[in-house]
Design a protein around this ligand. Structure first.
Ligand SMILES: Cc1cc2nc3c(=O)[nH]c(=O)nc-3n(C[C@H](O)[C@H](O)[C@H](O)COP(=O)(O)OP(=O)(O)OC[C@H]3O[C@@H](n4cnc5c(N)ncnc54)[C@H](O)[C@@H]3O)c2cc1C
Length: 357
């Protein structure tokens, strides 16, 4: 049986108290929400924070509030609560992404904040301590697993086994909700003892498998804000080996704002699980002013999929995932055009079977 390394447990009841603890403890402390990712990581000695600051009792993180047409979503809500929430129905991609995470048990415990701040993943990192020791560890996390290594001072190995000549870590962003929320133009609020700041969700992520968040260790992600959904349609397609539950190895979040005559007024495409951060495909803007014809969709799918450059450190073969990226973009856009999902192949049927907001 794998056990967690020793840690001290803090249980604040307000956001102010939580951020004061974070400020006092520095990078020794990590926030614990549902624990569905952090606790297994601690057992495998991938992350070994000496202090855990639990969000379980923190008030004010579990509400969805509507303000006109926009909504603010508390970071402490579980994925199951989000997938079923009536106020979130207009943002289809978000509901589907939340509903596609892991299993019902995990969605009942895992939170939005934890999903957005999820550690990056890699075949050479998501292994137990002995497995990683046998390959002399990797760049993302080196030796030192049984000690009191601080998260930010955790010893790094020297080699990225995915690309041994590389000076950087290529671990992959595998969160489902982030690509969907970026495609929906979401913003996030970060709190610390210095105050609050709100940034576009896309700016929360850095292209670095180790230092993957632009959030400081003393900041708590308190809420996500979604703007007016009027005129927008969105969807989320996810590729994984087991449909019952699995992390994405490729995902496409697509959102288009259509005029009443079907002209595209705005469009966003975001790939998940193809890099260390969710990848925004600017090619989506080429749809603006056009209609979603087969020709326009195929041209944008071909160009957008060039942004998806998956590495050989997750599941399935690299070349095949690249080809699927193009097919997923085209399929997602056809779905948003109004094509019958049952005619768009098995991936479309699976996407539509997820929480059908
Ligand atoms: C078998 C299995 C399958 C899974 N499949 C998927 C999947 O398909 N898709 C997917 O996206 N995930 C998957 N996960 C990962 C995980 O369950 C989810 O991402 C979940 O949403 C994480 O939320 P949590 O509340 O449990 O986070 P925790 O494990 O508590 O925390 C995760 C990270 O977020 C930080 N954090 C948590 N809350 C905040 C906050 N409010 N502010 C700042 N930092 C915060 C923590 O410090 C930690 O670094 C899977 C996990 C397992 C075990």
């Amino acid at each position: 049986m794998m056990r967690c390394p020793p840690f001290s447990y803090r249980a604040p009841t307000t956001v102010d108290e939580a951020v004061r603890i974070l400020a006092g403890e520095g990078p020794r402390a990590m926030l614990l929400a549902g624990g569905t990712d952090l606790v297994p990581n601690m057992k495998r000695r991938q992350q070994t924070p000496p202090v855990l600051v639990s969000l379980r009792r923190v008030a004010g993180l579990r509400e969805v509030t509507a303000d006109g047409a926009s909504v603010t979503v508390g970071a402490g809500l579980t994925l199951a609560q989000l997938a079923a929430h009536p106020l979130l129905r207009p943002w289809t991609a978000f509901g589907r992404a939340a509903d596609s995470v892991a299993t019902p048990h995990i969605r009942n415990a895992g939170t939005l904040g934890g999903n957005l701040c999820l550690d990056t993943r890699c075949n050479y990192y998501d292994q137990n301590y002995e497995w990683r020791k046998a390959i002399d560890f990797c760049m993302k996390r080196g030796e030192g697993g049984d000690g009191w290594a601080m998260r930010n001072d955790a010893p790094q190995g020297s080699v990225c086994w995915v690309a041994p000549g590389s000076k950087r870590c290529w671990a992959v962003s595998s969160t489902d909700s982030a690509p969907a929320l970026i495609a929906l133009g979401a913003e996030v609020t970060l709190c610390s003892t210095a105050g609050k700041r709100t940034i576009p969700l896309a700016d929360l992520y850095r292209d670095d498998g180790i230092d993957y968040l632009a959030k400081r260790p003393d900041e708590l992600l308190s809420e996500v804000r979604l703007g007016d959904p009027s005129g927008w349609r969105s969807t989320y397609w996810k590729l994984r080996r087991r449909e019952a539950f699995d992390f994405p190895v490729l995902s496409v979040a697509a959102a288009v704002k259509l005029a009443s005559d079907g002209t595209v007024l705005d469009a966003r495409l975001v790939f998940g699980a193809v890099a260390s951060h969710p990848v925004v495909a600017l090619a989506a803007q080429k749809l603006v002013g056009a209609r979603l014809t087969d020709e326009a969709i195929d041209a944008v799918a071909a160009e957008a999929s060039k942004h998806a450059k998956p590495l050989d450190n997750t599941d399935f073969s690299l070349g095949w995932r690249k080809r699927v990226a193009k097919a997923y973009v085209a399929g997602a856009l056809r779905e948003l055009r109004g094509d019958d999902p049952s005619l768009l192949g098995p991936h479309a049927r699976r996407a539509a079977a997820l929480r059908p907001f």
